[in-house]
Design a protein around this ligand. Structure first.
Ligand code: NCD
Ligand code: ZN
Length: 343
């Protein structure tokens, strides 16, 4: 049987949600990853170090040995330099998340005008707190497929110039525009790439009927963009690294006339990436993408433990129990080729 052993990977962008839901989401991530950046878009959002600490305690209750959640704060119009200083003085907050207000799930309290946050961003730059960006504009006159490219032009490019020492992660990139911008950008700029944006293009969302379980934000784009993402992820370029954006929603909230955005991939994340890398003839680049580049960019040590994947086809369950309901995972009922094995 074909096998590969990797340094234990990390997930640099995941939604665990809270309370009852953690019983599913945290063990799934912990079975694959050493660390994971916990997104702060709870209801209400995690905006202070105190709230992040309380959330960390709840995450730890479900975390086995060998798994460390890394915390983030949700930036609002009211986040102050003092909040950033408190984050820097903690040993568990690693970044702040910028959601343009209204861009995605639970982003109502997001930032309405980034130019008003200059003092806060300057404090982040000074204290070495990373800025994690949901890179989409939200104006109703901008087509949903153009929102990432427009954000890069109008917001990200000036931001990176204004704060040349601020480390910025453009999260879950979906376009060739993003790949090109990040590749040509300064060393302080990096990007995460999700498994589903490597697996899917907009035909998979829309042809033959709407597939609500393929709906996420930023929305999946055309085939040429998918190809650019695959090329970037498998290139070995340290600017690109793993972030699943695994975003669970109940089946009822997805299979709905106004379905929620988000794809759940934590059950099979590294296996999903492995299959893409294998198709691209780049399995030898998987470890760097999944286990090295992110830690290096965040300035954290690489993990010392390892995981082993075997070429051992398995069928993804149709549903998982999620709190008192169920969720439909990515690739439900379908076969994946690689499986983590315990050696
Ligand atoms: C995320 C969620 O459900 O919290 N949804 C998504 O489609 N990615 C929010 C986000 O990361 O945009
Ligand atoms: Zn996300």
């Amino acid at each position: 049987m074909q096998k590969i052993t990797l340094t234990k990977p990390d997930d640099w962008h995941v939604h665990f949600r809270d309370n009852l839901y953690l019983a599913l989401t945290v063990p799934h991530s912990a079975a694959q990853f050493g660390r994971a950046i916990a997104m702060p878009n709870l209801v209400p959002p995690v905006t202070t170090v105190g709230q992040a600490q309380d959330y960390l305690v709840r995450l730890r209750e479900h975390s086995p040995a060998g798994f460390t959640p890394l915390m983030t704060l949700y930036l609002t119009d009211n986040t102050t330099p003092a909040d950033i200083e408190a984050a820097a003085n903690s040993d568990f907050v690693h970044g702040c998340k910028l959601y343009p207000a209204g861009a995605t799930t639970n982003s109502d309290n997001g930032v309405t005008d980034i130019s008003k946050l200059s003092a806060t961003l300057a404090a982040m730059e000074e204290h070495g707190i990373l800025l994690l960006v949901h890179g989409e504009v939200t104006h109703s006159d901008v087509d949903v497929f153009d929102r990432e490219a427009r954000f890069i032009e109008t917001t990200l490019e000036p931001l990176v110039k204004q704060f040349p020492r601020l480390k910025v992660v453009l999260e879950h990139i979906t376009t060739k525009d993003a790949v090109d911008f990040v590749q040509q950008g300064p060393a302080t700029l990096a990007a995460t790439i999700t498994p589903h944006h490597l697996w899917l293009n907009r035909n998979d969302l829309l042809v033959g009927g709407i597939k609500p379980h393929h709906y996420c934000l930023p929305i999946v784009k055309r085939h040429s963009h998918q190809q650019a993402l695959i090329k970037a992820a498998t290139s070995g370029n340290p600017t690109f690294f793993l972030g699943t954006d695994s975003a669970p929603h109940t089946r009822a909230n997805k299979e709905n006339a106004c379905g929620c955005a988000g794809i759940y991939s934590a059950h099979a994340a590294i296996e999903l990436y492995a299959e893409v890398f294998e198709h691209a003839g780049a399995l030898d680049k998987l470890e760097a993408f999944a286990s090295h580049h992110g830690a290096d960019f965040y300035g954290l040590p690489r993990n010392t433990a390892t995981i082993t994947l075997a070429k051992q086809p398995w069928t993804v369950p149709e549903v998982y129990t999620y709190g008192n309901e169920v969720l439909v995972p990515f690739m439900a009922g379908q076969n994946l080729q690689w499986k983590i094995i315990n050696e």
